[in-house]
Design a protein around this ligand. Sequence first.
Ligand code: HEM
Length: 395
Amino acid sequence: MIYDPYSREMQHDPYPTYRRFRDEEPCHYNPKMDFYALFRFEDVWEASLDWQGYSSRLGHDLSNRDQPGEPGVIISMDPPRQNVLRKLVAKGFTPARIDSLEAEMRATACRLLDPLMDREHFDIQAEFGKKYPMEIIGALVGFPEESREMFREWSDLALSRDPDTGQQAPGALEAGVKARDFVREILEERRRAPQDDLMTILAQSEYQDTDGQTKHLTDAEVVGFITLLGQAGAETTAKLIGNALVYLSREPSLRQRIWDEPHLIPQAIEELLRFDAPSQFQGRTAGRTLEMHGVTIPEGARVALVTGAACRDEREFDRPDTIDIDRPRNRQLYFGQGQHFCLGKSLARLETRIALEELGERFPNYAIDEDDLTRTYQAHVRGFATVPFRPQRQA
Ligand code: HEM
């Protein structure tokens, strides 16, 4: 039994395999790809809280052995530097600050959804699920409106994997470079003409470094940070919206319940995140020799914390394979935990709540052409590429 996160089978339905690993081999070594993986909730939880033992310094890509993360990309960094940089933008992502964006977000959702009202059949991911989160994060960070779609396409491609080889998809590397070049150009403009956006705030911010010196972020750090926010902000939320539409269409009585009682939408979102976590695993590097379930993980080895498996662990959740929006909400892992706890979780929750409210308002009886659903083949992100959508159920 081998866990290959990039295989077609795993991207299609990883859950039976995850169950086998949780039960039979909770600490697994993949000799072909040379990494270890943890599947149980408790293990992923503890590892997420132990950043010294499970370092982020080599990022999420499990094939990376020696390249430190790009400057400014806090998800591929450890404290103390990660703390310093994270604090610089954390102020922009507090629940209060995010709540203040609600009216703007709703206007964006309506602007994208209204033209779809008269259409009979379309791909809701292309028309809304992918566009809307990019519009929101693009406006926050300061991407010009006309370039947001292009940035999203590059981000999509940069994360893509070939399902047959598990290698980066053709053009993925170049797409990542293009995305960063694009951000670099906007940064140059902002340095000349500051605006009211996160790019300008980061470009101008001063901070006290770990050596006590007051410093500014370098251009490379601002570019890395903004590219990360753009990608992290758009990719995962798009997957969540697509998942929500598909899984709710499979549970019509639950769907009707949340349309009738919209105050239940937030708890439905939490359950959908648990049921199919958009970010399926978090890449780490062993910071010391670790012992897990009788397996020795040597210092320096790559380790996957398999969030997707942890969120379905029957040791933590009753009937984990059932969508139950009333289940008690205790510990959760779909936004990570500990040092790298998702910076954009309030934004993602609010965005998705507004999306579902507006979708429910317009298309309460929508249907999905299940046979034509397609999945993305991406690194750690899992979700639908296309979601063929019919606003009205056919008679
Ligand atoms: C449904 C949507 C989302 C999901 C499921 C999600 C999931 C995650 C997870 C699992 C992590 C932890 C990574 C790790 O431990 O290595 C993370 C970190 C992060 N997320 Fe999100 N995320 C979502 C939306 C967003 C949004 C909208 C933003 C935009 C600002 C964002 C920005 C970030 C950043 C910057 C980090 C890195 C934080 C750090 O390293 O300190 N995420 N996210």
